[in-house]
Design a protein around this ligand. Structure first.
Ligand code: SF4
Ligand code: SF4
Length: 393
């Protein structure tokens, strides 16, 4: 029996689907140049993907046919040799409709193996989001802005071959740089992409992450029902309505907080989150009316507070708010908890407004990021910035 390798790409559904597919395809075809066999597949090839939702793509590579067949017998690999994260806001974990709850981004990564993150942040900053675990692993940052390369409106920024170069450095026994360059020459027919793969290979390095290091948050664990535990027939549990709640300072009861599903929560669907200036809010209701995920609580004083276990980060509230800078979408990487902004505002208004100003300012220029079409021409504006980041890398 030969050796079996698995590579996992974690990406934003729809927006990065082609990029993820190009990388896993590249792994298989490059490994083929070394006499190995393999296949690549999307975890959701037969299912709908929602814009921006965390999703996975895989490459399985083996020394021989029998070993490959053994790998193919699994629905998706339970253990992987390399995990690649194409959007650093996904370092907060992976959740999608097909899994249950938020899962650490390195859940399937074998001990001692490498997690590669495409990011402009450094490894210690990313570790504030990446959950701790019991076994050590390596963390390597491939410097770069979140890429939508492969979408028809976005130019090819070589992220696909740069990731391939990093994989060759992280796990040479899977595929070597020479095989990758041969794949680039023969299949992609772009010498510049060969240079990009080489540069990524040369520059890529990783740090050791010790057991227990990283985000200390304990993720909820769920006991899934077994078939014999289920109720007879098909039934959907009714949802209570919700109702007024208490102002933490004045104790005044009012407003409206909808009852929310205890189990279905947004973990890492967002790439940005709204921050609200409650001092300038005119209580016009537009954000509340237009939020597609019913994420706003109406506070006892009539302003609107985002519930971050519900918000998907779509940015509609920012778009519809008629008051300048009252709602601002900020890069999700800036935040490490889901606490109520309104409660912070109520406790100390001056401190909250200073925090608001600082948070928005610090998020620039990443504040312009999105997981999709925030506005037409956004990509073009970001190109000089991306080039500068690449030169710094
Ligand atoms: S970003 Fe979207 S989901 Fe979140 S509060 Fe605003 S409108 Fe609702
Ligand atoms: S849209 Fe803006 S001004 Fe109107 S209620 Fe929401 S935050 Fe306040």
């Amino acid at each position: 029996m030969g050796k079996l390798f698995a590579v996992e790409i974690i990406y934003r559904g729809v927006f990065q689907k082609t990029l993820a597919k190009n990388i896993t395809r590249g792994v298989v075809l490059a490994a083929h140049n070394q006499g190995k066999l393999g296949l690549s597949f999307g975890r959701y090839g037969d299912s709908p993907e929602r814009n921006g939702i965390p999703a996975k793509s895989f490459a399985i590579v083996a020394d021989d046919e029998q070993t490959l067949e053994e790998g193919m017998a699994q629905y998706e690999p339970k253990r992987v040799d390399v995990t690649v994260v194409l959007d650093d806001t996904l370092c907060k974990g992976v959740e999608s409709w097909a899994w249950y709850g938020l899962q650490p981004v390195h859940r399937a990564l074998k001990p001692g193996h490498t997690l590669i993150v495409v990011s402009l942040q450094d490894a210690p900053t990313l570790l504030k989001s990446i959950h701790h675990r019991e076994t050590p692993y390596k963390l390597g940052v491939l410097k770069g802005a979140t890429s939508f390369s492969g979408m028809w409106v976005y130019k090819d920024d070589h992220t696909d071959v740069r990731v391939l170069g990093a994989i060759a450095k992280a796990l040479p026994e899977l595929v070597g740089l020479t095989a990758i360059k041969q794949f680039v020459t023969e299949k992609l027919k772009n010498p510049l992409k060969g240079t990009s793969a080489q540069l990524a290979f040369d520059r890529f390095h990783s740090i050791e992450v010790k057991p227990g290091e990283g985000n200390p948050e304990e993720l909820p664990k769920f006991e899934l029902l077994k078939w014999e535990d289920m109720r007879d027939g098909v039934s959907i549990k009714g949802q209570p309505q919700g109702g007024p709640y208490k102002d933490p300072i004045t104790k005044q009861v009012g407003g409206f907080r909808p009852a929310r599903n205890e189990l279905f929560k947004k973990g890492s669907t967002r790439t940005q989150r709204p921050v609200v200036n409650f001092a300038t809010c005119t209580k016009c209701t537009l954000c509340w009316l237009n939020c597609p995920d019913a994420s706003f609580d109406v506070t006892p004083e009539g302003t609107y507070d985002t519930n971050f276990e519900s918000c998907c980060g779509c940015g509609i509230c920012e778009d519809v708010c008629p008051v300048k800078d009252c709602i601002t979408m900020v890069n999700e990487a800036q935040f490490h908890d889901n606490k109520s902004q309104w409660e912070a505002f109520k406790k100390d208004q001056d401190a909250y407004l200073k925090w608001l100003e600082k948070t928005i300012k610090e998020a620039e220029p990443e504040e312009k990021r999105s997981h999709g079409f925030r506005y037409r021409g956004q990509y073009k504006e970001q190109v000089p910035e991306a080039l500068e980041a690449a030169q710094r890398a």
